[in-house]
Design a protein around this ligand. Structure first.
Ligand code: SAM
Length: 282
């Protein structure tokens, strides 16, 4: 990584003062919990509020459960979302329908497909009209998911992305993930209007105990390579801040992994924020 890819944090977004499940309650269908890598609704809403105005077009080329679309609709924006897994596209569609039934002022369209062929998927009318691309790539086959205690022990569920469709970046190695993401960003660039923004949320990934991958730095380099200009690097809190103290919201598995690593002498910390990279089409 060169010094071009290092940016200081410009602001901290208080996006987790309320628990994630309370942010979603009543606003998302209950099956949304089945998606293993959802964005915080408050994070999506803050990004959309900050970088678009009402009736702007917002795109999420890897929309998962549809958080970007739902928050865009409630803020009176138009949105397009794509996911390669049909079951997540169906989930996003169900969340879009719920937002519409609740009187959201905007509308959203969900497409199923491989976003590396973005320009073949979206309507031609979207070219040069997108005000904001808001997205988060999958990094790895899954996350901590949900935990249930049973008589035989603790079970995880909904922690893996499901289908290994060709092109599913959740199952790609690092270089294919970065190449695929570069292709998606290059097409997104074509869809953006001049001055339009790209917001990418991600975090460093620990693969082996002592092998920390700087995914935000890698994605920033990829975004710059397709011509996007970095304008801000922010931290979106995954923890609450109360009376000057950080109240963590880590899962039991997150806590256990940190404790185990520390017992083995690896000085890891609980993750309390997500990196937010903000770039612009010049
Ligand atoms: C981190 S998740 C996005 C979660 C979403 N922001 C939400 O709040 O639910 C990444 C998504 O990318 C999808 N995906 C992976 N490869 C893809 C591709 N080539 N084209 C489109 N979607 C893809 C996965 O199915 C997954 O749902």
């Amino acid at each position: 990584m060169t010094s071009d890819h290092i940016m200081p944090v410009t602001s901290v977004w208080l996006t987790c003062q309320t628990l994630a499940r309370d942010q979603r309650r009543g606003r998302y269908v209950p099956q949304t919990s089945s998606h293993p890598g959802k964005m915080l609704p408050n994070l999506a809403a803050h990004a959309i509020n900050s970088f678009t105005t009402p009736s702007d077009l917002v795109l999420d080329p890897m929309c998962g459960s549809g958080t970007t679309l739902v928050e865009a609709m409630h803020l009176g924006r138009e949105a397009i979302g794509i996911d390669i897994e049909p079951r997540y596209a169906d989930l996003a569609e169900a969340n879009v329908d719920l937002a519409a039934s609740q009187g959201a002022a905007g509308t959203a369209k969900v497409l199923t497909g491989d976003a590396t062929a973005l320009l073949d998927l979206v309507p031609a009318s979207a070219v040069g009209r997108v005000g904001l691309v808001l997205t988060s790539p999958p990094y790895g086959r899954g996350t901590h998911g949900l935990v249930k205690a049973t008589s035989t022990g603790v079970r995880k569920r909904d922690h893996l992305y499901g289908d290994r469709e060709r092109g599913n970046l959740a199952y790609a190695g690092w270089s294919r993930l970065l190449d695929g993401f570069a292709t998606i960003l290059a097409a997104s660039y074509e869809l953006l209007r001049p001055g339009g923004s790209v917001v990418i949320t991600c975090r460093p990934v620990r693969r082996q105990r002592d092998d920390l991958i700087d995914l935000p730095g890698e994605l920033l380099a990829v975004a710059q390579s397709v011509g996007l200009v970095p304008v801000q690097r922010c931290a979106a809190m995954l923890a609450a801040v109360r009376d000057g103290q950080i109240i963590h919201r880590a899962s039991m598995f997150g806590l256990m992994a940190v404790r185990r690593a520390r017992t083995e002498g690896v000085p890891v910390h609980l993750i309390a924020h997500e990196d937010v990279l903000v770039l612009r089409r010049s």
